[in-house]
Design a protein around this ligand. Structure first.
Ligand code: C2E
Ligand code: CA
Ligand code: CA
Length: 397
């Protein structure tokens, strides 16, 4: 979208700086630029403007409602707008403000150090895409445990597959299996609508067993089509409290005559408060049987260095937040680089997930990341589409 077509709002208490910024915007082609002296004024314009504002450029340090309170209010209002924050503050603080904005669900295009110049502004404006109006999203349906279990009994759950690519060779390294619910009324339902309930009520194993059974059977189908690679399955840490879990999973593989080395179990480490012994026993047994073990969402919460040492992981899956932010946030890039370096030193495979842009891909390539996964390559897809997709990919690479 060109700058001429965008509707801007500048929120800045300092008159002179505000006028300079308005002039810069007009200089790069903007026609519509609103002005506000603080967050309150900016919110009022956003609510009342007949033509929706596309991009707000806000100072952080303003009297009355400052930039941070403005971002919070914006998040709560559900108004759909992109934002660029500007400040003379130090870079470390800017990166924590960036994380804060993301936590409030704000589409932050970037944080700029003052003074603002057209050269700094243009690449951030280029990131703006027309956003769906958040207020118009239907609320996600809440399903009861009984509804979810009925769906599982009716065989309405199915794994979708998202390919992973080995960077050096551009070959398909395999796929991650992700649960989807074909709901008779609501259509395709994503995991966040049923996994937390299943985990909280102690019923996640019902889903795990369905996913493992179907994924392992599909692994055989793709093998028969001459397609190689491993398949990764998500395993809730809640399932690891039961010492029988590893043996039960092995049983599913035996039925389909699939080798454990073709399967990677992805585990997100959460606090190992209870059943530490059972959890470690299960993971050690899975590894002993030959499964790959991946530490999912690495870098967040408890998925940390300590777990890497404690458990014989074979793969480190770097959380998508670091990948998404690395191009524009120094702290994310540092964590990404350090994680990749550590994986190399520990001689385990690093997978970066959430690769959405060519910029992400190039950066990971530069950092010598082993495997990548993300929307840039493909979204998760149904089994039959996956086979066709791999054939297409192999033909074009
Ligand atoms: P995860 O294991 O971290 O899986 C990656 C999630 O990121 C998937 O969301 C995937 O669709 C999404 N994703 C992939 N590439 C991109 C990208 O480029 N950009 C963005 N923004 N997102 C991307 P999904 O399928 O909604 O799954 C969400 C979570 O639900 C998974 O996160 C995993 O923790 C859990 N989950 C999914 N299937 C299962 C399952 O069978 N069992 C268990 N226990 N958990 C599962
Ligand atoms: Ca995963
Ligand atoms: Ca993840």
């Amino acid at each position: 979208m060109t700058v001429t077509k965008l509707n801007f709002l500048v929120a800045e208490d300092h008159n002179f700086q505000r006028r300079v910024l308005v002039r810069i915007l007009k200089g790069i082609g903007a026609h519509a630029v609103h002005e506000a002296g603080d967050g309150m004024g900016a919110l009022a314009i956003l609510r009342d403007s007949t033509r929706p504002v596309d991009i707000v450029i806000s100072d952080l340090d303003m009297p009355g409602m400052d930039g941070m309170a403005f971002v919070r209010n914006l998040g709560e209002s559900g108004i759909s707008v992109s934002i660029i924050l500007a400040s003379a503050l130090d870079r470390k603080l800017l990166s924590s403000i960036q994380m804060m904005s993301e936590a409030y669900g704000i589409n932050l295009l970037g944080v700029l150090e003052k003074p603002i110049t057209p050269e700094k502004l243009l690449p951030l404006i280029a990131r703006h895409k027309t956003l769906p109006n958040r207020q118009q999203h239907p609320p996600c349906p809440v399903f009861s445990l009984e509804e979810i279990l009925a769906g599982l009994r009716n065989d309405e759950f199915e794994p979708f597959y998202q390919p992973k690519i080995e960077m050096a060779t551009q070959k398909v390294a395999g796929a991650e299996s992700l649960a989807r619910w074909h709901h008779p009324q609501h259509g395709l339902v994503a995991p966040h609508a049923f996994i937390p309930t299943l985990e909280d009520k102690g019923m996640i194993d019902v889903l795990t067993d369905t996913m493992v059974r179907k994924t392992v059977a599909f692994r055989n189908t793709w093998h028969a089509c001459g397609i190689g690679g491993t398949v990764s399955i998500n395993l809730s840490v809640k399932s690891l409290a039961d010492v029988q879990t590893a043996d039960r999973l092995v049983g599913f593989l035996r039925v389909q005559q699939v080798q454990p080395r073709d399967i990677v179990m992805e585990v997100t480490e959460s606090a190992l408060t209870t059943d530490v012994g059972h959890t470690l026993e299960n993971l050690a047994r899975l590894r002993m049987k030959g499964f790959g073990l991946s530490i999912d969402d690495y870098g967040t919460g408890y998925s940390s260095m300590q777990q890497l040492i404690r458990i014989a992981f074979t793969e480190l899956k770097i959380d998508q937040s670091f990948v998404a932010n690395a191009a524009r946030q120094e702290s994310a890039r540092v964590i990404l680089e350090a994680s990749l370096g550590m994986a190399k030193k520990l001689n385990i495979n690093a997978v970066a997930e959430g690769v959405e842009t060519q910029e992400d891909w190039n950066m990971l390539h530069q950092l010598d990341c082993h495997t990548v996964q993300g929307y840039l390559i493909a979204r998760p897809m149904a089994a039959e589409d996956y086979l066709a997709w791999v054939k297409d990919w192999n033909l074009s690479h």
